[in-house]
Every structure is written in C-alpha cells, then in structure tokens.
Design a binder for this molecule. Structure first.
Ligand SMILES: *[C@@H]1O[C@H](CO)[C@@H](O)[C@H](O)[C@H]1NC(C)=O
Ligand SMILES: *[C@@H]1O[C@H](CO)[C@@H](O)[C@H](O)[C@H]1NC(C)=O
Ligand SMILES: *[C@@H]1O[C@H](CO)[C@@H](O)[C@H](O)[C@H]1NC(C)=O
Ligand SMILES: *[C@@H]1O[C@H](CO)[C@@H](O)[C@H](O)[C@H]1NC(C)=O
Ligand SMILES: *[C@@H]1O[C@H](CO)[C@@H](O)[C@H](O)[C@H]1NC(C)=O
Length: 351
C-alpha cells in the first residue's frame, strides 16, 4: 500500500470512529413500546428497552438493544402476546359463551329458561388479567303464592319444605270436604313465573242410589248424597254378590258401578253321586236346593273300555249349570240293578 493511500485510509477510519454513526429513533414493533422518552437520536453504546403494551406479555425474543457503531439498530426479536384471564366459570343453570379468554375478550352469559340473570350480561378480560366484573349468577324464577284465599274452599300445600316456590316446584291442591276438585290437582311453577292452571272446587250431588236386582242397599236413608258418599249393597240369599260392595258418588254426579247379584243353579239332573267340596254326595239327598254361583261340582263319567270312572267339573255361572256330555243319568230302576259309576275304580288306578 502506498503511503498516500495508507494515510487516506487511516483518516477515513478515524473519522468514522470519532464522529461515529448515530442510531435514529428505535423502530416501533407491534404490541410493544420502546422507552425513548421522546429521544430522537442514539449514540453508539446507548440502550433502548422494549416493553409489551398493557394487556400483553413477552412471549419470545430480547427486550434490550444497544445502538451499534454502524448506527443501524439490530432486528427487534421481541414478540408480545395478549394476557390470559382465568376461566370464569362454571355457571349453574346457564351458559357461558366465548371465543377466547385473553385480553379484551368478552364472555357472554345467559341463563336457562326459568332462571334470571343477576349481574352483567357480559364480562371482559382486562389488561391486568382480571375480569371486568364477577361472573353473574342465574337465579330461579319465583312464583308468587297462588290466588287462594286463606279460609276458602281451595287450599294447597308445597311438596318441598320452605315458603317460596321456584321454577318447577309443584303444589298440591285440596278442596274443603265435601266439595269436589275440578281440574288438575297439582300446579307447577312455570318459567314465566306463573302457575300452571289452578283447579276449582264445586259442590256435587248424586240422586238417591238405584236398587239392584235380587239385592238391596244396606241402611239406605233418603237424604242428599254428596261427592265421596258411599252406599253398600247386599244380595238376597242365595244370590252371590259380584263387584264392589260399595258404590260411591262421583264428581260426575253419578254413582260408581253397582255390584251384581249372581243367581244360584238348580241341579240339571235328579239322581247322581257327585263330588262337592271334595266329598262324594248324592244329589237327591244333599243338593236338592242346587248350588251357589261360582261353586263347582264334579260329575262321574265311565270309561267303558277300561271299566273305570273319571270326574269332569261343572261350575255354576249365574244360574247356568250344565252336566258334562259324558255323564249318563240313570233311571230309578237301573240304579237298583247296576253299579253306580261313582263306585267304579278311578281310571288313574287302572293298569
Ligand atoms: C356476545 O354478545 C354480543 C352482543 O350480543 C355478540 O355480538 C357477540 O358475538 C357475543 N359473543 C359470543 C362469543 O357469543
Ligand atoms: C320464609 O321463611 C323464612 C325462614 O324460614 C322467614 O325468614 C321469611 O320471613 C319467610 N318469608 C315469608 C314470605 O313468609
Ligand atoms: C297436571 O299438571 C302437571 C304439572 O303441574 C302435569 O305434569 C300433569 O300432566 C297434569 N295432569 C293432568 C291430568 O293434566
Ligand atoms: C303470567 O301472569 C301475568 C300476570 O301476572 C300475565 O299477564 C301473563 O299473561 C301470564 N302468562 C301466562 C303464560 O299465563
Ligand atoms: C249356559 O251355558 C251354556 C253352555 O256353556 C251356554 O251355551 C249358554 O249360553 C249359557 N246360558 C246362560 C244364560 O248363560
């Protein structure tokens, strides 16, 4: 290198070192601010520190940078991300809607039907990582006591302890005796805060109860019969009562179904030995008056091939009793000379 060139080179170098290049105002980066305090020019060696804006936190990169001799700030690597608020839920009887839980996000709160929001409809995540307000609550709708006068015919009671009724609570109505309740016996506290339909109490009368065939009403008195009054029936002997002994005056003003007296049965044959209450009896001696409704007798029939006897039941149904087809009634004369079927060996015992 020639001396001239060398001098020139040193001079250039000296100029650079002594005068130096200065850094201009540090560049802005998204979501962060540098602590310039209005400073426009930085000499080499001076520092600048970036901070994330309120509501944001550093994720990666370096915050501090030094102005180099070149006068060109290095690339700023700091990355800031929004702060997160903690999950504000859960909420009872309602729902929480949100896209995100970070700074500036809004959470919407709504209540299920029958519940009322107490508090703000939405809350926002603030710069300090806290929610703008406490999470609101969903309080149940309250139904006012139903319009029932204290000593009126209609009264009610709650099915749950306590003196207020909330959504879905049920109350049970009653009418002062002998009034009859018309409508639904229960009412439910609805989401609107109203009760479902409330019943009515009305007076009901039934006319004097009708007699029944072959029977009578016990201790019947000619009087006014009201709702829930009952009368009882009985049958003339030997009729048999079928159905409910009692009949009740219903809300409709009608009596509930009356019992029926079922007729006894005459014997369909004059002479035979039959099984009655597990005993062999002669119809002509013991069953001349017949049997009652519902009773059963067993007839003896003959198996001719095996010369044995078997029994077939016949039941008395309301005056109707039929001897089985296999049964042969013997005349007075044959009963003297032939063996009674009933005294043959029972067929089960024949080999
Ligand atoms: C919250 O409610 C507002 C206003 O009704 C609506 O614009 C927004 O989309 C809702 N946000 C969410 C996450 O549902
Ligand atoms: C309900 O009951 C509570 C105590 O159980 C009582 O303090 C309150 O006064 C009652 N409210 C009404 C309206 O009767
Ligand atoms: C009576 O009301 C209750 C609700 O309060 C309902 O669940 C029920 O089905 C109703 N019964 C009748 C017979 O309408
Ligand atoms: C509920 O009650 C209010 C009065 O208290 C009445 O205006 C409204 O129509 C009722 N709603 C229903 C569904 O019955
Ligand atoms: C009596 O019973 C017979 C045979 O079971 C039947 O055909 C007849 O209809 C019954 N009669 C009455 C009055 O029930």
């Amino acid at each position: 290198m020639s001396p001239v060139l060398c001098v020139l080179w040193i001079a250039t170098l000296a100029h650079t070192v002594l005068a130096g290049n200065v850094c201009s105002r540090p560049r802005d980066i998204p979501l962060a601010t540098a602590d310039t305090f209005g400073k426009q020019v930085y000499s080499p060696g001076e520092e600048v520190t970036y901070s994330c804006n309120p509501g944001y936190v550093p994720q990666s990169g370096s915050r501090r940078y030094t102005c180099p001799w070149s006068g060109k700030w290095p690339v700023v690597t700091l990355r800031c991300i929004p702060k997160k608020c903690s999950f504000p839920g859960p909420i009872q009887n309602g729902k929480i809607e949100f896209m995100d839980l970070s700074y500036q996000s809004v959470v919407n709160v709504s209540c299920n039907p029958g519940y009322i929001l107490k508090g703000p409809r939405s809350i926002q995540c603030l710069a300090d990582g806290q929610w703008s307000a406490k999470l609101p609550e969903c309080h149940s709708v309250i139904c006012a006591p139903p319009p029932v006068s204290e000593f009126g015919a209609l009264s009610y009671r709650r099915l749950k302890p306590g003196n207020i009724s909330v959504f879905r609570d049920v109350i049970l109505f009653e009418c002062l005796s002998p009034l009859a309740l018309f409508g639904n016996e229960t009412a439910e506290c609805l989401a609107t805060g109203n009760w479902s339909a409330i019943p009515e109490c009305k007076s009901v009368e039934c006319s004097y109860p009708k007699e029944i065939e072959n029977g009578l009403i016990n201790f019947a008195v000619r009087r006014t019969y009201r709702y829930k009054d009952t009368v009882s029936y009985r049958c003339n002997l030997p009729y048999v009562l079928e159905g409910n002994v009692e009949s009740r005056c219903e809300k409709t003003g009608q009596w509930s179904p009356k019992p029926i007296c079922r007729a006894p049965c005459e014997m369909p044959i004059k002479r035979a030995t039959v099984l009655y209450n597990n005993q062999k009896v002669k119809v002509q001696d013991h069953l001349r008056d017949g049997i009652k409704h519902g009773e059963t007798i067993w007839f003896f029939c003959k198996n001719k091939e095996q010369h044995c006897s078997y029994t077939v039941p016949a039941q008395c149904i309301d005056g109707n009793l039929t001897a089985p087809a296999c049964f042969k009634e013997r005349g007075w004369f044959s009963s003297l000379v032939k063996t009674d079927v009933a005294s043959l060996t029972p067929c089960e015992n024949v080999d």
